[in-house]
Design a protein around this ligand. Structure first.
Ligand SMILES: Cc1ncc(COP(=O)(O)O)c(C=O)c1O
Length: 383
C-alpha cells in the first residue's frame, strides 16, 4: 500500500518539476563545495559571513567539545540544564537587548515550540503569508485562529488588524525574508504595533549576525519576541529565542518541542559564547557582505534580469519549475551551484533562483555568475 502511494506521488512530483534530489556534497572549501568530481562556486549557502568555514571557529568548537564532551545526554528538564547553557542564554539576551533567551536544537523547533505553546484556542494570530514553514506549522498546531496578510504589505496588515480590533492578536513576520530577500519596514510595523497593541514575533534568522550594529539584526525596535538561528550567519547549529520577562518560564514548563528533546551539548553553548564575541567585532565582514550583495543585484538588473532582495538574499525570477531546474543544471555544468526554489517553498509557477551571497564572494565571482547565467539562458534562446 505504501509503496504504491509513494510511487504515484513521487511520479507526480517529477512531472511537475518538483522532485527533489539533493546532490551529495563531498567536501566544503570556503565558498566552494565539491560535488562528484567538480568543485563549484556556492551561491546556495547561508554562511553569510563565512564563519561556518572559519579556522578560528573550527578550533574553538573543537576545543569546547574536547573540554565538555560530545552530548548533553538528557533533555533540559531532566539532567540537561547546565550552567554554561544558562550563561550563554544570559549573554545572548544581553547582547540582543531582551530580558531572556532560550536555546532550541534548531530554528524549526524553536518556531514550532514557541508558537504552538504560547497560543491557544480563542487567540488570534495574523501572519505574513511568506513566513517560514516552521512558523506556519507552529501556528497551525496552536489551535488559535489565524489570518494571513499579503506578503510584506503593511497596509493589508493594518486592514486585518482593523478587522480584528479589540481582540487579542499576535503578528508573525520576518525581518529579512528567507526566500524573497526583502526587508520588513520596521518603523511602520512599530507604528502599527503601537496603534493596535499586538504581540509581535519576528523571525530574524537571516538577519542576526549579518545585519545591524554588532550583528544585532534590524527589528529590535518592533519585536517583542525574536527568533534567531545559529546555523546561518553565526556558523554553528541550533537556535535561540529572545523573550520578554516571564516567557521563558512558561516555555520551559509547557513547550513540548523543548521539554521532550535532548538539549544541545554544553560545548554548543560554550561555542555560542565564543562566536558571539567574534560576530560582534566583525563589522568588516558585514560591510563586505553588504557591498558584494549590492554588486550582484546591480549587475543582474543592468543585464535586464528581474531580481528582488534588499540585502544578501536575492530572488531572481525564473517562473516555470522545469525551467528553473534545467537552468540550475546548466549552471552546475559551468561550476556554479545555485538553489532553484520551487513550490511549495515559493508559489506555483513562480520559481526563483535564491542567490545566497556571502562575504567570501568577490566581484570576479559575481561577474562569472552573471556571464554564465546569460550564456545558459542564451543557449536556450531565453535571454
Ligand atoms: C526564516 C527561517 N526561520 C527558521 C528557520 C529554521 O532554522 P533551522 O535551520 O535552524 O532549523 C529557517 C531556515 O531555513 C528560516 O529560513
Amino acid at each position: 500500500m505504501f509503496a504504491e502511494r509513494f510511487k504515484k506521488k513521487l511520479m507526480l512530483q517529477r512531472q511537475a518539476g518538483l522532485y527533489r534530489e539533493p546532490p551529495e556534497i563531498k567536501a566544503r572549501e570556503g565558498k566552494y563545495i565539491v560535488i562528484g568530481n567538480k568543485k563549484v562556486l556556492n551561491f546556495a549557502s547561508n554562511d553569510y559571513l563565512g564563519l561556518g568555514v572559519s579556522k578560528e571557529i573550527k578550533e574553538k568548537v573543537a576545543e569546547n567539545f574536547n573540554k565538555y564532551g560530545s552530548s548533553s545526554s538528557s533533555s533540559r528538564l531532566v539532567s540537561g540544564n547546565y550552567s554554561i547553557i544558562l550563561r550563554a542564554e544570559e549573554e545572548y539576551a544581553e547582547h540582543f537587548n531582551y530580558d531572556e533567551a532560550l536555546f532550541f536544537p534548531s530554528g524549526y523547533q524553536s518556531n514550532l515550540g514557541v508558537l504552538s505553546t504560547l497560543f491557544e484556542k480563542g487567540d488570534t494570530i495574523i501572519f505574513d503569508k511568506h513566513i517560514h514553514a516552521s512558523s506556519v506549522k507552529g501556528m497551525t498546531l496552536s489551535k488559535a485562529a489565524y489570518y494571513g496578510y499579503n506578503h510584506n504589505s503593511l497596509p493589508h496588515l493594518c486592514k486585518r488588524l482593523e478587522g480584528k480590533k479589540g481582540k487579542p492578536a499576535a503578528v508573525l513576520t520576518e525581518s529579512l525574508f528567507s526566500m524573497d530577500g526583502d526587508l520588513l519596514d520596521v518603523q511602520a510595523f512599530k507604528a502599527l504595533k503601537k496603534r493596535f497593541g499586538f504581540l509581535s514575533i519576528i523571525d530574524e534568522a537571516h538577519a542576526f549576525g549579518a545585519m545591524g550594529e554588532k550583528g544585532r539584526g534590524i527589528a529590535r525596535d518592533a519585536a517583542d519576541i525574536a527568533v534567531g538561528t545559529f546555523g546561518k550567519a553565526l556558523g554553528l547549529f541550533g537556535a535561540f529565542v529572545l523573550l520578554p520577562a516571564g516567557f521563558k518560564e512558561y516555555l520551559v514548563n509547557f513547550s513540548s518541542p523543548l521539554i521532550y528533546t535532548t538539549t544541545l551539548p554544553e560545548a554548543h553553548a560554550a561555542s555560542a559564547i565564543d562566536i558571539l564575541k567574534i560576530v560582534a567585532q566583525r563589522e568588516d565582514l558585514r560591510e563586505s557582505l553588504y557591498k558584494i550583495s549590492a554588486v550582484m543585484k546591480k549587475g543582474l538588473m543592468d543585464e535586464g534580469f528581474k531580481v528582488k532582495g534588499d540585502a544578501h538574499i536575492l530572488a531572481l525570477e525564473i517562473g516555470e519549475e522545469n525551467r528553473a531546474a534545467e537552468t540550475a543544471r546548466r549552471l552546475f555544468e559551468k561550476n556554479i551551484f545555485v538553489f532553484p526554489a520551487r513550490y511549495p517553498t515559493v508559489p506555483v509557477n513562480k520559481a526563483i533562483f535564491r542567490i545566497g551571497m556571502t562575504a567570501m564572494h568577490t566581484k570576479e565571482d559575481v561577474k562569472y555568475f552573471i556571464d554564465m547565467l546569460k550564456m545558459c539562458l542564451k543557449n536556450n534562446n531565453e535571454y
